[in-house]
Write a protein that binds this ligand. Structure first.
Ligand SMILES: Nc1ncnc2c1ncn2[C@@H]1O[C@H](COP(=O)(O)OP(=O)(O)OP(=O)(O)O)[C@@H](O)[C@H]1O
Ligand SMILES: O=C(O)[C@H](O)COP(=O)(O)O
Length: 396
C-alpha cells in the first residue's frame, strides 16, 4: 500500500481529498467532528515534513450549486483550532482565486477549498473538472475513506493526473487495515452485530458474513422483518414487507452454515414513535396491534451480551434500537458495554460508521473499542467485497 510515508513532501504542495462531511446544527456548529480529527495525523505529518496542504472535501448533498448551508467555510474556525494554526479558505474549489492561492501557499500552511459538490461535475466524475483540481497540488493524497465508494472527480478520476505522485493518507491506510483484520484472519469466536433500520441495506453484508462468523446477532428495526417472517405479531414496528422471504432464506442459510443466528426474544415497545411514549416489554412475535418495538428487551440484552462478551472479534454495524431517544437507548448502550468488556479482555472490535459510530460517541465510549470507522456506506461496500473506486485509483 503506497502511503504518505513513502514520499517526500518537503517543498511540495499536497492536495488531500478528505471526507469532512460532518453533521452541522442550524447555527453551523459541528455536532460530531470525528471525521475531522481522524484526518489530522495525515495533515500534521505533511506539514511537519515541510509540505503545504490543500484540503478538498464535499459537505452534504447540495443540488443547486453554491448554498450557504453546505459551505465548508463553516469548518474553518474549528479546523484552525484543531491544527493550532489559521487555515486559509478559497471560496471556490477551482478557478483563478483557488489557483492563485494554491500557488502562493507556503511550507507549513493549510488551505481549505470550498465544497466540491457545488459543481455537478464532481459527482459525475468529470475528467476536465478533475484536471482543473489537479493543478492545485504536486502530490495527490486520498484520505477520504468515507467517500472511497464514490467514483467522483476528486476521489478517483483525479488520480490519473498524478501517475507518479498519488498515495493514501494515514486514515485511509488505518481503515483498510482494520477492515482487513475483520475480513481475513479474524480470531474466533467472531461475532457480527447487525442493527439499524433496514435489512435491505445490509443483505449483501449479512450474506458475506455468514461465510465467516460464528455468531450473527440481528437487532434494531430490521429484526421485526424476521419476527414477522417467523409468523409473529409485530404491531406497527418497522417492516420491510417485500423482504419476508429473504429473512426466511437468511435464517435457513445460517442453519446450513452452522452460524449461530441470534434474534431478539423480547422488546421494549411504545404506543407512539416518541421519547415520551408509554412503554412496555413484549415477547418477540407478541407485540399488540397499535404498539411498536423501539428497542431490544432485558432478556435479549442478557442473551446478546453474553455472546458478545465471549467473542474475540466483533464487527458492529447499526444500533439495537432508537438510541437517539433516551428511553429507547438502553439496548444499544448495553451492547456497547458488552463490546467494551470484550475489548478489555483482548477482543478486536470494529464499529461500523454512521449511526453505530454516533451511538458510541454519544455514550462517550470511543476509547473503549478497538476502532471506530469513519465510513458508513464505504465500510459496508468494502466489507461486502466490492472494490472501492477511491482505493483502486491509487493502486492502479
Ligand atoms: N426498532 C426500531 N424502530 C425504528 N427505528 C429504529 C429501530 N432500531 C433502530 N432504529 C433506527 O435506525 C437508524 C439507523 O439505521 P441505519 O440503517 O441507518 O444504521 P447504520 O447502518 O448504523 O447507519 P449508516 O447507514 O448511516 O451507517 C437509527 O436512526 C435508529 O434510530
Ligand atoms: O457520509 C458519507 O457516507 C460520505 O461522506 C459519502 O457521502 P454521500 O453518501 O453523500 O456520497
Amino acid at each position: 500500500m503506497k502511503t504518505i510515508d513513502q514520499i517526500s513532501f518537503n517543498g511540495k504542495r499536497a492536495l488531500i481529498r478528505v471526507d469532512f462531511n460532518v453533521p452541522l446544527d442550524e447555527n453551523y456548529n459541528i455536532t460530531d467532528d470525528n471525521r475531522m480529527t481522524a484526518a489530522l495525523p495525515t495533515i500534521k505529518k505533511i506539514l511537519k515534513d515541510g509540505g503545504a496542504v490543500i484540503l478538498m472535501s464535499h459537505l452534504g448533498r447540495p443540488k443547486d450549486g453554491p448554498t450557504e448551508k453546505y459551505s465548508l467555510k463553516h469548518l474553518v474556525p474549528h479546523l484552525s483550532d484543531l491544527l493550532g494554526q489559521q487555515v486559509e479558505f478559497a471560496d471556490d474549489c477551482i478557478g483563478e482565486d483557488a489557483l492563485q492561492k494554491s500557488k502562493e501557499i507556503e511550507k507549513g500552511e493549510v488551505l481549505l477549498l470550498e465544497n466540491l459538490r457545488f459543481y455537478k461535475e464532481e459527482e459525475k466524475g468529470d475528467v476536465a473538472f478533475a484536471e482543473k483540481l489537479s493543478k492545485l497540488g504536486d502530490i495527490y493524497v486520498n484520505d477520504a475513506f468515507g467517500t472511497a465508494h464514490r467514483a467522483h472527480a476528486s476521489t478517483a478520476v483525479i488520480a490519473q493526473f498524478f501517475p507518479e505522485a498519488k498515495v493514501f493518507g494515514y486514515l485511509m491506510a488505518a481503515e483498510l487495515n482494520n477492515a482487513e483484520k475483520i475480513l481475513n484472519g479474524a480470531a474466533k469466536p467472531f461475532t457480527a452485530i447487525m442493527g439499524g433500520s433496514k435489512v435491505s441495506d445490509k443483505i449483501q453484508l449479512i450474506e458475506r458474513l455468514m461465510e465467516k462468523v460464528d455468531n450473527l446477532i440481528i437487532g434494531g428495526g430490521m429484526a421485526y422483518t424476521f419476527a414477522k417472517a417467523d409468523g409473529g405479531e409485530i404491531g406497527t414496528s418497522l417492516l420491510e414487507a417485500d423482504k419476508l422471504d429473504l429473512a426466511r432464506t437468511l435464517v435457513q442459510k445460517a442453519k446450513e452454515k452452522g452460524v449461530n443466528l441470534l434474534l431478539p426474544v423480547d422488546n421494549v415497545i411504545a404506543d407512539k414513535f416518541a421519547n415520551d411514549a408509554n412503554r412496555d416489554v413484549a415477547k418477540t412475535g407478541e407485540i399488540p396491534g397499535e404498539w411498536m418495538g423501539l428497542d431490544i428487551g432485558p432478556e435479549t440484552i442478557k442473551l446478546f451480551s453474553k455472546v458478545v462478551e465471549e467473542s474475540k472479534t466483533i464487527l458492529w454495524n447499526g444500533p439495537m434500537g432508537v438510541f437517539e431517544m433516551d428511553n429507547f437507548m438502553a439496548g444499544t448502550k448495553a451492547i456497547a458495554d458488552a463490546v467494551a468488556k470484550a475489548t478489555d479482555n483482548g477482543a478486536f472490535s470494529l464499529i461500523g460508521g454512521g449511526d453505530s459510530a454516533a451511538a458510541v460517541a454519544k455514550f462517550d465510549m470511543v476509547g473503549d473499542v478497538s476502532y471506530v470507522s469513519t465510513g458508513g456506506g464505504a465500510l459496508l461496500e468494502y466489507m461486502e467485497g466490492k472494490e472501492l473506486p477511491g482505493v483502486k485509483a491509487i493502486n492502479e
